[in-house]
Design a protein around this ligand. Structure first.
Ligand code: HEC
Length: 107
C-alpha cells in the first residue's frame, strides 16, 4: 500500500466510525414517547411500574441512539431487543423487566 492508499483507507474508517456514532434519525425525543396513564395499566403492569419503566428507559436507553417509540416494534420484537440491549446498560434484571413493561405497554 502506498502512503496515499493508507491515508485514504484510514479516512474511510474514521468516517464510518463517526457515522456509526450519529444519533439514529428514526429515534424520537423524550416528549414523543407516551407518559403512562391509568388507561395504560394492564393485569401485568401497574401504573407505578410503567412510570418507573419510562424513567429507566429514558435514562439508560437513550445514551447511544435516542429513543424508539414503544410502537416501533411488536412485544415479541421488544423481547429480542431487550435481550441484546440490556447487556449494554448497567440495569439490574428487575429494572430491565420494568423497561420491558413500559416499551411493550405491559404485554
Ligand atoms: C452502549 C450503547 C447502547 C445502549 C446503552 C443501548 N443501545 Fe440500543 N442500540 C445500540 C446500537 C449500537 C444499536 C444498533 C444495532 C445493534 O448493534 O444491534 C442499537 C439498536 C437499538 C434498537 C433498534 C433495533 C432494530 O432492530 O432496529 C432498539 C429498539 C434499541 N437499540 C433499544 C435499546 C434499549 C431499549 C436500550 C436500553 C435497555 C438500549 N437500546 C440501550 C446501542 C445501545
Amino acid at each position: 500500500m502506498t502512503r496515499l492508499e493508507k491515508f485514504a483507507a484510514l479516512s474511510v474508517s474514521v468516517l464510518l466510525f463517526i457515522n456509526a456514532c450519529k444519533k439514529d434519525t428514526s429515534a424520537v425525543s423524550t416528549d414523543s414517547i407516551y407518559v403512562p396513564a391509568t388507561s395504560d395499566v394492564t393485569t401485568t403492569a401497574s401504573l407505578a411500574e410503567l412510570q418507573q419503566g419510562r424513567t429507566l428507559y429514558v435514562n439508560s436507553c437513550g445514551a447511544c441512539h435516542g429513543l424508539y417509540t414503544p410502537d416501533n416494534f411488536t412485544p415479541s420484537g421488544w423481547t429480542g431487543i431487550m435481550a441484546s440491549m440490556a447487556r449494554r446498560t448497567s440495569l439490574s434484571p428487575s429494572d430491565v423487566a420494568l423497561v420491558k413493561k413500559y416499551v411493550t405497554r405491559g404485554k
